[in-house]
Design a protein around this ligand. Structure first.
Ligand code: VAH
Length: 314
């Protein structure tokens, strides 16, 4: 019986993944943890523990208390925050990952952690970026993601831990706002469209990045973790994406449902520099071939769902 511990369960991915996994495996089978608690469904809907991933003893204690057989490690700083605090980002992103991997090793648990298109850099082929290619990121977040992929592979080869990962594109969701990412504009634009009918983007026109709607991201995590291990040629981490879009593409899609929607630009050089170092579009064929990755939401389907859900809530 799957018994899953999630770190960073109150973050953008965690707050929805916790609910989805509880639906599938049962509320009591999913232990949500985060550095602080709130009154969200992820906390009140099943077991919740306050855990700082920098405290390996607490992490081990909670994992053993619930006898978990799966660890999904999501607690990390995203790209823009990491770039503003690179030393702390290394400590948290790498220290937290090591603690989570050690916990998985001790408990012989299956392990998931996300990587990102942020693991690629300016010397990586930008169009249709291959699964196996040059990875020389110029951000601390990217360094953390490449090192994290290598560390997770090492735990598989050295200790036999069943580690698996996904290189996520920008994720768009209507439940929890992302915090400190470069792609956050692609979430903010929907909230502002519903609230004000206009948005000022900190990412420049014509900046293409891979994106995916959160329901597709959650499906990808579950499908990867349930995939037949003998079919996996890769583990950490698979390229996955649903669309390659720029701010003006999202604006055009929104304008079909929010007449008169207005997009302006006030570029943030720090986050534009990060975005410019990432691919325009990545190749997800390895994920499709090895474990059947597919997505349901293209841009217009995502926009329709986002606007409907946000209009209900806002
Ligand atoms: C970020 N949302 O912007 C994350 C993600 C590909 C982007 O890694 O940092």
């Amino acid at each position: 019986m799957k018994r899953i511990l999630i770190t960073g369960a109150l973050g953008q991915i965690g707050s929805e993944l916790t609910l989805k996994l509880r639906e599938i495996y049962g509320a009591d089978q999913v232990i949500a943890t985060d550095i602080k608690k709130n009154d969200s469904e992820a906390v009140v809907g099943g077991p919740f523990e306050t855990v700082d991933v920098m405290d390996v003893n607490k992490l081990m204690e909670i994992a053993k208390k619930y006898k978990v057989d799966t660890i999904m490690h999501l607690a990390a700083l995203l790209s823009a925050t990491a770039e503003a605090n690179p030393i702390f980002a290394w400590k948290l992103n790498m220290g937290g990952l090591m603690n989570a991997l050690e916990t998985a090793r001790e408990l012989k648990a299956q392990f998931f952690t996300p990587s990102s298109i942020g693991a690629f850099g300016p010397s990586t082929p930008k169009i249709h970026t291959p699964q196996d290619t040059i990875m020389r990121p110029i951000t601390m977040y990217g360094v953390n993601k490449v090192a994290g992929e290598l560390l997770a592979d090492y735990y598989y080869y050295k200790f036999g831990v069943d580690t698996r990962g996904l290189r996520f594109p920008g994720l768009i969701s209507n439940v929890a706002l992302p915090g400190g990412g470069t792609t956050d504009y692609a979430v903010e634009i929907y909230y502002e469209a519903v609230k004000k009918g206009k948005y000022t983007s900190y990412i420049a026109e014509g900046t293409y990045m891979d994106m995916m709607y959160m329901p597709d991201a959650l499906r990808a995590i579950i499908d990867l973790m349930e995939a037949d291990a003998s079919k996996l040629k890769h583990r950490n981490s698979f390229n996955v994406t649903a669309m390659s879009i720029a701010p003006e593409d999202i604006a055009a899609s929104i304008a079909m449902l929010v007449p008169g929607f207005e997009l302006n630009y006030k570029v943030d050089p720090a986050r534009q520099r990060i975005a410019d170092s990432w691919p325009d579009s990545i190749d997800a064929s390895a994920a499709s071939e090895e474990w059947g990755f597919k997505y349901k939401y293209d841009l217009d389907k995502m926009t329709k769902d986002m606007i409907e859900k946000l209009r209900e809530r806002l």
